[in-house]
Ligand binder design. Structure first.
Ligand SMILES: [Fe+2]
Ligand SMILES: [Fe+2]
Length: 196
C-alpha cells in the first residue's frame, strides 16, 4: 500500500496537473473494479490505470520528437493527430521511469486510446476504464460502466459504437486501428467513416 501511495505521488509530480492526475486515479480505481469483476489481475489493472496518461499533456512537437527518438512506429493518422502518441509514450515512461516490466501492463497502456484488433482482457479493462471513469461527464457514461461491469465485451461494443458515432457526427477522421478494433468486436462502421 505504501508503495502504491508513493507511485501515486510520483505520478502527480510527473503529470504536473491536478485534473489529469485525478483522471488517472479515477481510471486506476475503475480499472481495478473492472478487473475484479472479470477475473483480470487487479494490481496490473490499477498500475496500468495510474500510469496510462503520463505523456498526455506533452506538446505535439514533443510527442513526435520523443516517439522518433525511441523508434516508435507511427502511421499517417498518428502523425496527423500527435495527441494519440501519448499512449505508446506513456508505456515507454512507465517502463523507463516507473520500472514496469510487465508486458501486459505496457501493452494495455499502448492500446488505451485507439484500441487494436487484438485486445487482451487487461487491454479491455484499461480501455473501458479510461472511457468510463466517473470523472468523465457525458450522457450514457454510468450506464455503459454498469454494462461493462456485467459484460466486458458488451461494454467494449457500447464504447466503440459511441466513439464511432461521435466521429461520424463531427466529420472527424478515425484511426485505422480503432476501425480494426470495432470490426473485431462486430461493431458496424457508420458509412461516413468508410471513405477515409
Ligand atoms: Fe490517454
Ligand atoms: Fe486517460
Amino acid at each position: 500500500m505504501t508503495e502504491w501511495i508513493a507511485t501515486c505521488r510520483r505520478v502527480r509530480e510527473e503529470i504536473g496537473q491536478e485534473a489529469r492526475y485525478r483522471h488517472s486515479i479515477g481510471v486506476a480505481r475503475t480499472a481495478e473494479r473492472l478487473a475484479m469483476a472479470h477475473g483480470a489481475k487487479a494490481v496490473s489493472a490499477r498500475t496500468a490505470g495510474v500510469l496510462h496518461d503520463l505523456a498526455r499533456l506533452w506538446s505535439k512537437e514533443r510527442l513526435l520528437d520523443e516517439a522518433r527518438r525511441r523508434g516508435i512506429a507511427l502511421d499517417a493518422f498518428d502523425v496527423a493527430h500527435p495527441v494519440v502518441i501519448h499512449a505508446p509514450l506513456s508505456a515507454a515512461l512507465a517502463a523507463e521511469r516507473f520500472g514496469v516490466r510487465d508486458a501486459e501492463v505496457l501493452d494495455a497502456i499502448r492500446k488505451h486510446t485507439l484500441g487494436a484488433a487484438g485486445m487482451s482482457r487487461l487491454d479491455e479493462v484499461l480501455f473501458l476504464a479510461d472511457a468510463l471513469e466517473p470523472g468523465r461527464r457525458y450522457d450514457g457514461r454510468a450506464a455503459m460502466l454498469d454494462l461493462a461491469l456485467q459484460d466486458l465485451r458488451g461494454g467494449m461494443r457500447a464504447v466503440l459504437k459511441s466513439t464511432l458515432r461521435h466521429h461520424a457526427d463531427r466529420n472527424l477522421t478515425i484511426s485505422p486501428r480503432t476501425l480494426a478494433c470495432a470490426r473485431a468486436y462486430g461493431v458496424a462502421i457508420p458509412k461516413e467513416l468508410l471513405h477515409a
